[in-house]
Design a protein around this ligand. Structure first.
Ligand code: 5RP
Length: 224
């Protein structure tokens, strides 16, 4: 089974989980990335079963609209039933690293506004300790050097992601080779640096349900 086939399989498993629960006035949150794209494509045939979607990026909004799914502003909703998105890494407690696609801030907002966060991944994303994947941090452009120096004081070395501007007009610093032993503490610590918009650690609000695709099928894990 290829990685693409695994992504499509886990997207279908999320469809099977979410669609029977949808009500006609529900607004659902949709994430960003190749696995989220598989979910969007599979959702298209069920678009009559819910009201609309909130997207975590312009790219996902465009893909949803291309399937005729209405995209609404989060401010126009009273909250979301589900948020379905991928991740770059997850640990046994369903803490996540996200932001490989630079959409971390909107992803964190939409996850926060949702009753249930369903994370869909293939088995390559599973780790015991987060941090092998470079940890993305969205930063206000004028604070780039200052934030980098503050991160250095924490003993980590950020790298400027060249040529990337987020949907919010900011830049990304990626922190390499960090053993994140206490994800909630690290999330707080980095978020408290002035100029940081948000760090791509999803520990304070991790996934509620995680579906992991393997060649033998999809495993479902629930948050502890
Ligand atoms: C985008 C993200 C994605 O969820 C993450 O990068 C996983 O992407 P993919 O499904 O393509 O592996 O956080 O900012």
């Amino acid at each position: 089974m290829t990685q693409d086939e695994m992504k499509r399989a886990v997207a279908q498993a999320a469809i099977d989980y979410v669609v029977p629960k949808l009500k006609s006035d529900d607004v659902i949150g949709i994430g960003t990335g190749s696995t989220a794209n598989c979910f969007i494509d599979a959702l298209a045939e069920h678009k009559s079963k819910f009201h609309s979607a909130v997207a975590s990026s312009e790219a996902s909004a465009e893909r949803l609209r291309s399937h005729g799914i209405e995209v609404v502003d989060l401010n126009a909703t009273g909250g979301l039933e589900f948020y379905i998105d991928g991740a770059d890494e997850f640990d046994p407690h369903l803490n996540l690293i996200k932001g490989g696609g630079a959409a971390l801030t909107r992803e964190k907002i939409v996850a926060g506004a949702s009753k249930e966060f369903i994370c869909i991944v293939d088995q390559s994303k599973q780790v015991q300790i987060l941090g092998a994947f470079p940890l993305p941090i969205e930063v206000i452009p004028m604070a780039r050097s200052y934030v980098a120096r503050e991160l250095a004081k924490l003993g980590v070395e950020p790298e400027y992601r060249q040529g990337v501007i987020t949907d919010n007009g900011n830049i990304i610093l990626d922190v390499h080779n960090m053993d994140i032993l206490d994800p909630k503490r690290v999330e707080d610590q980095i978020n408290n640096i002035p100029g940081v918009v948000t760090v791509g650690l999803f520990a304070l609000r991790g996934a509620d349900v995680l579906m992991m695709s393997t060649p033998d099928g999809v495993e479902v894990m629930m948050a502890d």
